[in-house]
Design a protein around this ligand. Structure first.
Ligand SMILES: Cc1cc2nc3c(=O)[nH]c(=O)nc-3n(C[C@H](O)[C@H](O)[C@H](O)COP(=O)(O)O)c2cc1C
Length: 331
């Protein structure tokens, strides 16, 4: 059996497969099953700043309706604010404490951030609860029509969190940055220990019968792995921190491709929703077989073998258009 262990965020993982942030990591039973089936680590469902605010507003509205609380008085509102937040967030912290008693693999907490003010205290509490690391999900999706310096805001959030906690911090980015390579490099230089490429946003679709707006497929497709693959291959030699691939990894072979591009770890979500948590062992088995068949003996041996620096035609990673004679590039 090949050595599948890897190093990620300064931690030794027994396998490079990490269960990414999602609803599957909200149950202790699931988390235990993930460890049993070979997960190297898990990322907890994100604490959504937006979700907490929505719940706060709902409770405030309900309270004002039955006149038990006088929502219009600002002091009551302040109490409600603190109370609601504490309840939701305490559950999250309690869950970290609970799973840390039950599993040995690293537990990575996750915060959805859009500001550099809201969450910094909570990051400290996550550390105190025993999380091994923190993944910041920078959730910018600039759909407005004004110039918005998302790159600058992202760096501000990262700097603030790094001042707050001492556990390793990774940053999960979208690909919606004007100058993605520069942004990744700048964030990595601020002292984060890992970059996760990429997060996946909710996307819309239309129901033609009802003429209504609906959610498109929430799960990724197997072809989605190519964008992270390209970017990991491009930047792996240009940044000094770990990289985790995320998006479209539906097979052991795709996970191997991300490692060959330079990823230290690979996050999986959709495939586990589709095939069950025990499918992790199928993916790992596929990876193990390929590594042995190729005459290698470890994940670390193949890491980055096909990065920008190591392939014959690195220009293919930068190419955006097909050329009439593109076949020549791939000979
Ligand atoms: C049901 C569901 C819930 C998710 N919740 C979160 C979340 O809370 N925080 C986060 O950073 N990503 C979340 N994601 C995104 C995943 O972590 C992952 O980045 C994305 O699904 C791409 O990986 P995949 O192709 O393996 O699914 C969620 C994805 C799904 C399908």
């Amino acid at each position: 059996m090949a050595d599948l262990s890897t190093n990620y965020l300064g931690m030794n993982l027994k396998s490079p497969l990490i269960v990414g942030s999602c609803g599957l990591t909200t149950s202790l039973e699931n988390v235990k099953l993930m460890e049993k089936n070979g997960a190297g680590a898990i990322v907890l469902k994100s604490v959504f700043e937006e979700e907490i605010l929505l719940s706060l507003h709902k409770k405030a509205r309900d309270a004002s309706k039955d006149k038990l609380l006088y929502y219009e008085y600002s002091e009551t509102y302040d109490y409600l604010d603190i109370h609601t937040r504490n309840e939701e967030l305490e559950n999250y912290l309690q869950f970290i404490r609970e799973i840390k008693k039950e599993v040995l693999m690293p537990v990575i907490a996750s915060i959805n951030c859009v500001t550099d003010t809201e969450w910094t205290d909570f990051a400290m509490k996550i550390q105190e609860a025993g999380a091994d690391a923190l993944e910041l999900n920078l959730f910018f999706n600039p759909t407005g029509f004004k110039i918005m310096d998302v790159e600058k805001k992202s760096v501000q959030i990262v700097k603030k969190i790094l001042k707050t906690v001492s556990i390793p911090v990774s940053v999960k980015l979208s690909s919606n940055y004007t100058n993605l390579g520069h942004t990744i490099q700048e964030i990595s230089e601020k002292g984060v220990q890992g970059i996760v490429l990429f997060n996946r946003f909710f996307s819309v679709d239309f129901d033609l019968d009802k003429l209504s707006v609906i959610s498109s497929d929430i799960y990724s497709s197997p072809g989605d792995f190519t964008k992270p693959l390209r970017w990991i291959a491009l930047i792996t030699d240009k940044i000094g921190c770990n990289i985790a691939a995320s998006g479209g990894v539906h097979s052991g072979k795709t996970a191997l491709k991300q490692i060959l591009a330079g990823a230290d770890a690979v996050q999986v979500v959709s495939i586990l929703y589709k095939n069950g948590i025990d499918h992790l062992s199928v993916l790992l088995n596929e990876m193990d077989k390929w590594i042995e068949k190729k005459g290698f003996n470890s994940v670390s041996q193949i890491k980055g073998m096909m990065s920008n620096k190591n392939v014959k035609n690195p220009e293919v990673f930068e190419r955006m258009q097909f050329m009439r004679y593109y076949g020549k590039l791939f000979d």
